[in-house]
Design a protein around this ligand. Structure first.
Ligand code: CP
Length: 329
């Protein structure tokens, strides 16, 4: 799915102006985010330090779809950068009285917004908004339909890098509902850009994308074969809200065939890490013994989400400043 020219998110210096998708980005864009995120994390304590950099900037979080992790970690990230933060409550906003998305945006711009962080159930919503904002306003995609969830993929890359150092050398298996997951689309793009050694997708044929070979991944319908000797396992949930018809006999059947259990985890390398973007459905895609077990890094992913989102926000504002400085010379 190609929604718009991906380089709408790059400025005339080839640097990020918006952060909408990983499609079309280069390894240096991703490693900059990872390096800046890392710089916010205290190496001794793991704390994520408060920065004094975005005083006077107003960041508005527009979540048209439910969220626990993304909304909360964006809010924490924005506050740790000392920005002014507004969470628009869509359920009680004037969109319920028929105001269009663009009218809502222009009204928020009149309140001096500098950045919109957008989650929407329609693929392309963040691109649409980025195409209509004022030149100084940045847009960050916090998940749009089945299309992309780029900050989730970046926090996943940071988590992998923290545990495994070099992504280049790794075999990564992604299990579950590949077809409907925006997270998986972005993860595959990130792993490809960072040149992971092998990317595998595991699941039933009904939950696979129609042309998986175009993604540069290896497809497995058998979970044991797919997990054999991998370094990283990423488990994703069934995206029931995006399935147009029943694609599985039952959740119980899915767990029997594809649920991540300790017995199946043993096929991976002994030091393999287990990841999940959340929300976790215990007993459907993953057993509690694995989700809470010693190889699980699921809650670390959540914490690294703060540092990665701080990095993305900081980089967008820094790039705008560098562009303005270049243009005034
Ligand atoms: N991973 C993720 O996007 O979680 P939320 O839906 O809770 O934000």
């Amino acid at each position: 799915m190609r929604l718009s020219k991906p380089n709408i998110q790059l400025n005339s210096q080839g640097k990020l102006r918006h952060f909408l998708t990983l499609e079309g980005l280069k390894a240096h864009h991703l490693t900059e985010i990872l390096d800046v995120a890392d710089s916010f994390i205290d190496p001794e304590t793991g704390d994520i330090r408060k920065q004094d950099t975005l005083h006077g900037k107003a960041i508005m979080n527009l979540f048209f779809e439910a969220s626990t992790r993304t909304l909360t970690t964006f809010e924490i990230a924005e506050k740790r950068l000392s920005a002014d933060v507004v969470n628009l409550n869509i359920a009680t906003s004037s969109t319920k009285k028929g105001e269009t998305l663009l009218d809502t945006l222009w009204n928020l711009e009149a309140m001096m917004a500098d950045m919109f962080v957008v989650r929407h159930n329609e693929s392309g919503a963040a691109h649409f908004i980025a195409n209509h904002v004022a030149p100084h306003v940045h847009v960050v995609n916090a998940g749009d339909g089945q299309h992309a969830h780029p900050t989730q993929a970046m926090l996943d890359m940071l988590t992998i890098r923290k545990h495994k150092n070099d992504i280049f050398d790794l075999k990564v298996a992604i299990i579950g509902d590949i077809q409907h997951s925006r997270v998986v689309r972005s993860q595959i793009q990130a792993l490809s850009i960072l040149e992971a050694r092998e990317i595998r997708i595991i699941g039933p044929a009904t939950l696979m994308p129609s042309h998986p070979e175009a993604l540069g991944v290896h497809v497995y319908n058998d979970i044991k074969e797919g997990l054999d000797n991998v370094d990283v396992i990423i488990n994703v949930r069934l995206q029931n809200e995006r399935m147009k018809s029943a694609l599985l006999p039952s959740e119980k059947e899915f767990f029997n065939l594809y649920g991540l259990t300790n017995e199946r985890l043993a096929y991976a390398k002994p030091d393999a890490i287990v990841m999940h973007p959340g929300p976790v459905n215990r007993g459907v895609e993953i057993d509690s013994e694995v989700a809470d077990g010693p190889q699980s890094v699921i809650l670390e992913q959540v914490t690294y989400g703060i540092a990665v989102r701080m990095a993305v926000i900081q980089i967008l504002f820094n790039n705008a400043k560098a562009l303005a400085a270049g243009e005034s010379k």
